[in-house]
Design a protein around this ligand. Structure first.
Ligand code: COA
Length: 167
């Protein structure tokens, strides 16, 4: 299925479609993360946050005449701060995990940020999220710091960095 993946940015859409994608992302977000970690994918992300990028992946529409809306498969959110991008969220909807979608999304983010002149990507990940840590490690991220109880008592956070100027 990942050959048909279409990755884009909500800012490439008109307002109506962007708000529709954001609403669908918000539903997956709520299902996936505890409320303390769920990002607010509200309409203001489209309107007034120029440093914040929301990427989404859908299946390619079967044909332009199809009435079926494309399915939301994955999304990511990063914030640009000068030469660094803070990657706050990477998520693949549950039925599509383990099929290479996460890796494709990471490759897209890597290429796009390099093209935009970004020097490094930083993120925090829960030590217990093994699939996410494996995905980031495979994408070239290095673990730089561990903070105990970062997310909640007993839940450590790991800071990972990808240096885009190195390779
Ligand atoms: C983490 C996540 C994005 C991975 O996406 P995915 O599409 O399932 O990952 P891929 O299929 O592209 O796998 C890429 C690599 O990730 C690792 N991986 C993926 N699923 C894994 C699993 N269940 N267990 C261990 N490693 C796993 C592997 O290293 C895999 O490489 P492989 O192909 O050699 O096995 C997805 O599991 C997810 O959305 N999880 C819930 C949300 C989350 O934890 N997000 C990160 C914190 S914001």
């Amino acid at each position: 299925m990942s050959e048909d993946l279409l990755i884009s940015d909500i800012h490439s859409l008109g307002q109506k479609d962007a708000l529709d994608i954001l609403a669908r992302i918000a539903r997956v977000e709520k299902k996936t993360f505890p409320s303390s970690e769920a990002w607010d994918f509200g309409a203001d992300l489209w309107r007034k946050k120029p440093n914040t990028r929301v990427l989404y992946a859908t299946n390619a529409p079967p044909s332009s005449r199809s009435k079926e809306p494309p399915v939301l498969i994955a999304y990511a959110l990063y914030v640009r701060q000068k030469g660094t991008a803070l990657l706050h969220k990477v998520c693949v909807a549950e039925p599509y995990r383990g099929q290479g979608v996460g890796q494709k999304l990471m490759n897209y983010i890597d290429e796009r940020l390099r093209r935009e002149g970004c020097q490094s990507i930083q993120l925090w990940v829960d030590r217990a999220r093994a699939p996410a840590r494996a995905l980031y490690a495979r994408s070239g991220f290095q673990e730089r710091e561990v903070i105990d109880d970062y997310y909640a008592p007993g839940r450590a956070g790991i800071r990972m960095v990808l240096d885009l100027e190195r390779g």
